[in-house]
Design a protein around this ligand. Structure first.
Ligand code: F42
Length: 152
């Protein structure tokens, strides 16, 4: 289900530039975290207060068609703003390379969170350092294809 509405580019120049390059190149450029070679995906969501469209790059953590969204914020004590957007409206779009998918976000706890946390740290080891830096439990969402059987 495509997300329609007015797009508000991120206030962070490096973020909106990466989103713009990723989309303009149909997922062939701007697909890594700077020159680390580590892949990123673009998640499109709805602003919790504005209702406007927001887009953010996130590290690519994928397993059998599901993805993690880790609200790391470098280990700062408070959540990234986009965390509240996903809590308010879990319906997002995810672009992985040239593929665009409608997904539903679900915040994880317990063993499921631990499993996806391991996968996230394997994909992007600095997540472990970020968690060391803060008492905040870094939120982990799983983004699941909306056409998965049993996805309401
Ligand atoms: N951030 C992560 O948290 N995890 C990652 O793995 C990650 C990887 C990554 C890779 C490449 C890259 O370029 C950036 C990466 N980032 C990662 C940073 C991420 O892409 C975001 O830029 C960063 O997390 C900032 O997100 P943000 O939500 O704080 O700011 C964005 C979304 C933004 O547009 N902010 C606006 C603002 O004015 O601060 C609006 C925020 C917003 O969504 N407002 C809501 C609305 O209604 O429009 C209201 C929300 C509320 O309830 O207050």
């Amino acid at each position: 289900m495509p997300l329609n509405g007015e797009y508000d580019p991120s206030p962070a120049q490096w973020v909106r530039d990466q989103v713009e390059l990723y989309e303009r190149s149909n997922g062939t450029q701007g697909t890594t975290l700077r020159d680390t070679g580590l892949p990123v995906v673009i998640v499109t969501m709805r602003g919790a207060k504005s209702g406007r469209i927001r887009k953010i790059p996130l590290m690519r953590v994928e397993h059998e068609g599901r993805y993690a969204a880790v609200a790391s914020k470098g280990g700062y004590p408070n959540h990234r703003v986009w965390y509240f957007n996903l809590k308010a409206d879990p319906h997002v779009q995810l672009q992985d390379g040239s593929e665009l998918r409608s997904m539903k976000a679900r915040e994880l706890t317990g063993d499921e969170r631990a499993l996806w946390w391991r996968r996230a740290v394997a994909a992007y080891p600095p997540y472990a350092e970020y968690q060391e830096k803060t008492d905040r439990v870094i939120p982990v969402f799983v983004l699941e294809p909306e056409d998965l059987p049993g996805q309401g």
